[in-house]
Design a protein. Structure first.
Length: 131
């Protein structure tokens, strides 16, 4: 499983066990990756990476998303491209003065971040160097 980032939506595989949720933050104890998640009902919990893989789908069944994706921009800035649900969650985590946003006709959202704001933006979303 590719490492998740802040705001990433999690779609339940079994609504009797977990509701849909989103990632709040990512932890790394050196032995395992953990995710602090918030359910759609506001409950907060911590799950290990294998628990997330067992109980959640990362994309809705009908979606063939290849996100999140980070791209460098001329002049030193970056673009984070995500799906619409992920973008809505990111907006609750990151202050709006750190980015501008573009949404295309397919509801793909691009957060445009100036180089001077990238460190703060990426830390708030727990982005690793692997993106």
């Amino acid at each position: 499983m590719k490492r998740l980032i802040g705001g990433q939506p999690l779609y339940t595989k079994d609504a009797l066990v977990f509701s849909n949720a989103s990632v709040i933050c990512v932890g790394n104890s050196g032995k395992t990756i953990t995710y602090q998640i918030r359910s759609e009902y506001g409950n907060i919990g911590i799950l290990k990476e294998n628990d997330v893989a067992e109980w959640f789908d990362l994309h809705r069944q009908e979606a063939k998303e290849e996100f999140p994706r980070v791209s460098g921009m001329p002049g030193g800035g970056f673009t984070l491209t995500v799906g619409e649900a992920h973008a809505a969650n990111i907006k609750t985590i990151v202050p709006p003065e750190l980015y501008s946003i573009e949404i295309n006709d397919l509801n793909v959202c691009s957060f445009i971040v100036q180089g001077k704001h990238w460190t703060c933006f990426s830390e708030l979303l727990c982005l690793s160097n692997s993106y």
